[in-house]
Ligand binder design. Sequence first.
Ligand code: HDE
Length: 661
Amino acid sequence: MTTNQGLKVAEDEHSLKAGSRGPTLMEDFHFREKMTHFDHERIPERVVHARGFAAHGEFELYESMKDYTKAAFLQQPGLKTPVFTRFSTVAGSRGSAETVRDVRGFAVKFYTEEGNYDLVGNNMPVFFIQDAIKFPDLVHAVKPEPHNEMPQAASAHDTFWDFVANNQESAHMIMWHMSDRAIPRSFRMMEGFGVHTFRFVNAEGKAHFVKFHWKPKLGVHSLVWDEAQKISGKDPDFHRRDLWESIEKGDFVEFELGVQLIDENDEFMFDFDILDPTKIWPEEQVPVKIIGKMTLNRNVDNVFAETEQVAFHPGHVVPGIDFSNDPLLQGRLFSYTDTQLIRLGGPNFHELPINRPVCPFHNNQRDGYGRQTINVGQVSYHKNSLADNTPSTSSEEEGGYVHYEEKVEGRKIQARSDSFKDHFSQAKLFWNSMSKTEKKHIVDAFSFEVGKVKSKNIRQQVVDMFANVDVGLATAVAEAVGAEFPTDVEESQVTETSPALSQMETVKLPDTRKVAVLIGKGFDGDEVESVVNACVAAGMTVDVVSDKFGVVYGENDLAVEVDETFLTVHSTLYDAIYVVGGEADNMKKFTMDMVEFINETYKHYKPIGVASTGKTFFDASAAAEGPGVIADLDPSSFGKAFVDAVTAHRHWDRKVFGWEG
Ligand code: HDE
């Protein structure tokens, strides 16, 4: 150990004092240095997206995009580009819980040989507002209310819904926000979207409009709301732990990159404005072309140095990728550098290791807080003769970035195009595309959120607003929150659906699903072993949960080591349970814990396997046999049936609340 000046430290337990019971002396430079550094350890958290977690990885191109873009990292199939990806919630502060109802940030930094390219997206393809000038208003409305700083990391309060009802461009995004997309099961199981329309430009100067998509190889999966709320208490780090542990175990995280492309000549072919960030390009109309795969395969070494100090910016582009006139994107191009200046303390944040390009970089920018580069020489201006006019600019052929020469003309006005004024058609398209289960979740989410609104007037405004989307939805919400049923409404007449918007037909795999084996003494060893082996063979993670840590013995002397106890985990932290049961010292407590696990798992539509010794516990619970409950099968078929039930994920046709099936 040394001081920051390199002096070897001899004592780090006791400060320098005048006598062993005397006062501490100012002279103790090591104490002062250590304490001063500690006092300055914190930096301002991100004004939005404060709570996030990241990992390193690589992006591999499947197919050359050279017909569309000259971006070097999108030319050669098989080319691998290092990436750093940060996932986040939006509203909560840095220490807030992770399974709250919120949008998730999905920001990817590609370290390309032409400089860093940042794709700073979200897990929802649209946004709340159409013009960046409204972003501070949106964020003020969703953040904790200023007079009492409540609620944390939640949109279920008056100011947010007041904003929604009085800024109706939010309608489509609110449908996503009330859907299961806002409570992902895992960062590994959500889609990512660039949201805005960008431009691809090829070597001939031909441009296409492009939207970016990330598709998770494990499919798109969500929690249920009751579960999400409980996890916030049981494990506020649920999402980062899931990402961290997967990578540590070697279950690397894969997302495919897709693009939707529209020829510049087709800009006005659609019944929505392709520059409007509250609109999707339905995948059935503009197919998503899969072009490569990102694999996250390395956890960070230090969260502060990497995850906290990484600075993303939608304006970090490379030749071949350009912007559109989406007014939300245009405003973002200003905001991101500006925010880093305060958050990272000055203009040199690009020199932090996580932000440094992998290619060389040089220009005439100098000095400022925390400058690390030692620029040599006399010259720091362009043009010059003293340094032979270096650093010199590059022509387009040499890789210099040349902005796309879009023709623009118009009057200077503060207004929005009429083509941005339809706020309800795509909100209705989203609603139409949901399954019965998803619709029920949306009604419940509205009922919860609007139910938390104290102002009756705002509740009514929300009900009236969403009657423009669907009267049935608005009426159900009105009933739940005690508002008047909507009257005199102009419900959207859209009847189309976009099947890609529903999560019901997503990829379903057993891989990395977590199973809790609830066990006590005296279980049937052969039976348990065969089921656990089937789970592990299918790629699942198995935790043995009992009343206390140590080893539990089965009837035929099979010994299993306990991974967790009823005290350290909860049903909501697992995707499925295998109820083995058995004996425990305190049978009453053991039974209560077992039954709570079973009831919760059942209520959240998750698979339950019941071993022969588990039957009494299952019978003592409120669960009933039916979909996703595997019981009374002989050992040869039990394992497969249980794995199939876990692979199906949730069993929505289980009649828990009466509305299903
Ligand atoms: Fe951001 N956003 N944003 N945003 N955003 C920030 O930048 C902003 C928007 C997104 O993991 C801030 O470094 C404005 C859309 C992500 O570090 C800030 C507008 C989308 C992250 C900022 C938007 C995003 C941010 C705060 C409206 C999806 C986290 C800290 C015009 C396409 C990146 C920071 C990370 C972060 C501004 C809207 C994604 C203040 C002004 C739309 C994923 O600069």
